[in-house]
Design a protein around this ligand. Sequence first.
Ligand code: ADP
Ligand code: MG
Length: 629
Amino acid sequence: MSDIIQLLPDHVANQIAAGEVVQRPASVVKELIENAIDAGATSIKLLLKDAGKTLIQVIDNGKGMSQTDARLSFERHATSKIKDAQDLFNLNTKGFRGEALASIAAIAHVELKTKLENDELGTQIKIEGSKITSQEVVSTAKGTSIAVKNLFFNIPARRNFLKSDTIETRHIVDEFQRVALAHPDISFLLHHNGNEIYNLPKSNFRKRIVGIFGAKMNEKLVPIEEQTDILTITGFVAKPAFAKKKRGEQFFFVNYRFIKSSYLNHAVVNAFEGLLEAGSHPSYFLYLEVPPNTIDINIHPTKTEIKFDNEKALYAILRATVKHSLGQYNIAPLLDFDRDANLDTPYDLSKTSSASMPKITVDPTFNPFKNDPTPHEPVKSTATSSSYTSGSGATGNSNSYTANFKKDPGNWEALYTNTEIESTPSFSSHQEQLFESSQETETGKTFQIQKKYILSSIKSGVVLIHQSLAHQRVLYEEFLESITVKEASSQQLLFPVSISFSSNDIEMIYSIKSDLEGTGFVFEEFTKESVVIRGIPTSITESQITFILEQLLDDMKLEVPDTSFSHFDIMAKSFAKSLAIKTGTILSNKEQENLVNDLFSCKEPNSSPFGKPIFKTLTLQEIDTIFNK
Ligand code: ADP
Ligand code: MG
């Protein structure tokens, strides 16, 4: 038998290895920016086209490369950063494996321009799939510019695997934020498709955080500072009142490198003990400095985990330091007078929403079984009275709990199926299966249990309905309908409201502008850090705007990485969750009935938008067996 083993050609080996280093455009961004930082750049520009799929270009003013180095930099295991294994234990640079450029060059069209400070002329190299296609002497600025075009051009499977531009951009922005936060002494610029997303001048940690997350962040920050032999901590935590429902802004940097550590996160969360509402997560930006020889650096460069020698001690110091700083802040909360109370509303709302019960406004003249097409004025309710009554549908013009789009069920039906149109608008087949007659619900055979469930008598026994989940389902389908059919009605605000967000959040809102308009939002103006809103869906109130938009941004960020992505769906889910009546809300009989009716008019009354079961039926037989009859 003949020998069958052969060595893979370099370009094939490179292509395979590239898979480890480069998963998506964001990986390229991370490697290129880190190289620029290692080269001592004080200014780094990142230019993107089509979420990096068409172009990722990083331009730095660092030390540049000689002609020979420029060529060598694309060789595998070519690095200027370590000479022998001993260097691994005293590493102060980001890269050291010398494989990033070789990997990137294996799977893209790369154009490098670089010049040493004291040289007259620089070098330009073009490489496609590991093959150098041209090398020239050029005149160029000091430093290095690397343009990576058509990523994965020669691996169609990988290219097809890339997610939507929104998702890939989100990944890039995450990487960009992490390096920019770690290096406030470097100025950063980010352009996407010609639009400036970030322009961050050289500054300090606080200003950098504010530069990225928006001016509103400034008032939220509590400084943290501690210096011990084994650890120096600087940075900020956000005041407990600004804790988020979702883990969002949580950043640890160890020796100016972003890391993830559930262990250290635990230390910080622990320091907030007693100050946070259940289920909320503190924001933090913490910079830890430890001697390089006390961390395990032999980790893969694309990983963000790290191993410390003195893990337990670090935990204790971190927890004590954060606790101390929070304590100092809590002692003098009244000194904190320069914050704009208006901006606090949404947070106060979320803070108190579970404690104080929203009031319910009922339209006493409302009859769920009367098919009354008379439009009502949109309700102008206050923040606390809004959640139930105003949740009556993005299609608007109702002032009680009625899903009035059902007045025209034709649209609704046509949206999803081509099946027959219901002849009785306020009654669906679901209901007819469950209820003996319309009389039954109308005479009020519903009971509320523990301000959480609604018990209702049905044909075959009883049904127990989770009120909050039921309302989520109703709102979800209403929003989905109004977004897709784009017939939402909007209420004009007396005075346009300006809301500040970080520039990245503004980008996100802008990217879903037309979808938001579909729900009834009317935008007047987008600036870099604010959005001016002139109209809102009839189903929400002015005081809820910030809250539901922030919730939506959180949800979008969270949904982004994995799930199949649909703006509509995330938006409808997010709004439904924000606006649904909560457990603890007392409902009148009429409201209970309306909710039950609306639920069973839904397309999918069985489960909440998040897949949780909404109700459970107990048949007479099942009840009988309880009593052994
Ligand atoms: P590593 O960063 O692990 O050394 P890379 O493949 O990322 O490996 O880069 C290879 C080498 O190319 C680096 O060690 C460095 O000497 C040089 N290099 C890469 N990018 C730059 C840059 N922007 N400026 C100057 N030198 C660079
Ligand atoms: Mg590198």
